[in-house]
Design a protein around this ligand. Structure first.
Ligand code: S3P
Length: 447
């Protein structure tokens, strides 16, 4: 039975050592590059969340052999290219899935119709369609570049593309299309974003040149390249670990270690920010796993102080601002998060929903188009009241953030649509309970 809502309340300290599921960004890419490649790709530690399972199904629809061998262990038989899917490709809730797959498919002689859930059908696809169109792909779509849309792939030509917004999804879509393009492509990102596609392309034998320019990068990819299947070990997702680490920081007496967390510098802006807030965090056992740096991160309950988060840090923690806002609620002083406009076009308008949720829990906030300010409740020894029932609009990170808030607030906090948590973090509730959290379900019949 699906729970109608979940409620988190204050209990004892959180204690334990855990691993989070595999990184979502790397999991999508492993399946897509494996399907584009020739030969066998074996993946270990794949995130088996709903988003990634949609990408696995999509890769089978585009002609790859996709097989689950065991928990987190998948084999992809790539055919060296995509063939035309026989039906509509439904990417569910996954912006990364649909945008990267469109890029990968654009260089092949096929037509493919993409759709997704209510949230994904509301998100802008123009940011990907524009460069793909300049390369020679065609499409027909709903107003504003919305799904469902039909992409007509074919012969692509070289593009030199400067990203108008810092988006690893757009960068990756162009790079994947560039693999098939005559003359390849060059992507210029004025602000560096997560670089998993570049790293993984190399792992599949592709030639990719990356030049660091100021705070950004130029990525040069020769066209007409063939990928060769490989082995991939997916590290733990820092965006999922973020919920556990912040929970430990705000629940008194807690100590939680997350093992095997991805420490790619383009993904750990949250650790820097929490460090500046006075968080007691330590990183040990740092090692290399398949071209990515991983380590074990331990968080102890801490007295946090509010900070100004610089806008240039946004790409390295864009998915972590909701949970940072929760940490900020338990700090003394205010936390100002600037340059975060991209949060408004995620699975939901995350600035609006965090503002509404925190306000309902008694936290002072100020919402601006590109800035969110949270007034820490410890100022003047106010408490975080909680006691709200939060509408998540089906956004997994909004749901998890408010549940973590409920673990340390005065009164319990409830969230709706808890099933959506499984898009990125299957097993979240069980894992939290294993650490000592009190999270209860209400079922439709009992509600
Ligand atoms: C992702 C990039 C980011 C991030 C998303 C995953 C990726 O999106 O928010 O969860 O895997 O490339 P944008 O590219 O839209 O910033």
């Amino acid at each position: 039975m699906t729970a109608a809502q979940l409620t988190a309340r204050r209990a004892g300290p959180l204690k334990g050592t855990v691993r989070t599921p595999g990184d979502k960004s790397i999991s999508h890419r492993a399946l897509i590059l494996g399907a584009l490649a020739r030969g066998t790709t074996e993946i270990d530690g794949l995130l088996e969340g709903d988003d990634v399972k949609r990408t696995a199904a999509a890769m089978a629809a585009f002609g790859a052999g996709v097989e689950r061998l065991g928990e987190g262990r998948w084999r992809v038989e790539g055919r060296g290219g995509f063939s035309e899917p026989a039906d509509v490709v439904d990417c569910g809730n996954a912006g990364t899935g649909v945008r990267l797959i469109m890029g990968a498919a654009a260089g092949f002689d096929l037509a493919a119709t993409f759709t997704g859930d209510l949230s994904l059908r509301g998100r802008p696809m123009n940011r990907v369609l524009k460069p793909l169109g300049e390369m020679g792909a065609r499409w027909i779509c709903r107003a504003g570049g919305r799904l469902p849309l039909t992409l007509r792939g074919g012969h692509l030509t070289r593009i030199v593309y400067t990203l108008p917004e810092p988006s690893a999804q757009v960068k990756s879509a162009v790079l994947l299309a560039g693999l098939q393009a005559e003359g390849g492509c060059e992507v210029i990102e004025p602000e560096a974003t997560r670089d998993h596609t570049e790293r993984m392309l190399r792992g599949f034998g592709a030639e990719v040149e990356v030049r660091e320019v100021g705070g950004g990068r130029h990525i040069l990819l020769p066209g007409g390249q063939t990928l060769t299947g490989t082995k991939i070990r997916v590290p733990g997702d820092p965006s999922s670990a973020a919920f556990l680490l912040v929970a430990a920081l705000i629940v008194p007496g807690s100590e939680v270690t997350v093992q095997g967390m991805l420490l790619n510098p383009s993904r750990i802006g949250l650790l820097d920010t929490l460090g500046e807030m006075g968080a007691d965090l330590s990183v040990t056992n740092v090692r290399d796993e398949g071209g990515e740096t991983v380590g074990d991160v331990t968080a102890h309950h801490s007295e946090l102080v509010g900070v100004e988060v610089p806008p240039e840090r946004a790409p390295s923690m864009i998915d972590e601002y909701p949970i940072l806002a929760v940490a900020a609620a338990f700090a003394s002083g205010k936390t100002v998060m600037r340059g975060i406009g991209e949060m408004r076009v995620k699975e939901s308008d995350r600035i609006a929903l965090m503002s509404a949720g925190l306000a309902a829990c008694g936290i002072g906030i100020d919402e601006q188009p590109e800035t969110l300010t949270v007034i820490g409740a410890k100022r003047g020894n106010h408490l975080v009241a909680g006691g709200a029932s939060v509408t998540t609009h089906g956004d997994h990170r909004i749901a998890m953030s408010h549940l973590i808030l409920g673990l340390a607030a005065e009164a319990p906090v409830s969230v709706d649509e808890p099933g959506m948590i499984a898009t990125s973090f299957p097993g979240f509730v069980e894992l939290m309970r294993g650490l000592g959290a009190e999270i209860t379900e209400a079922h439709p019949a009992a509600a």
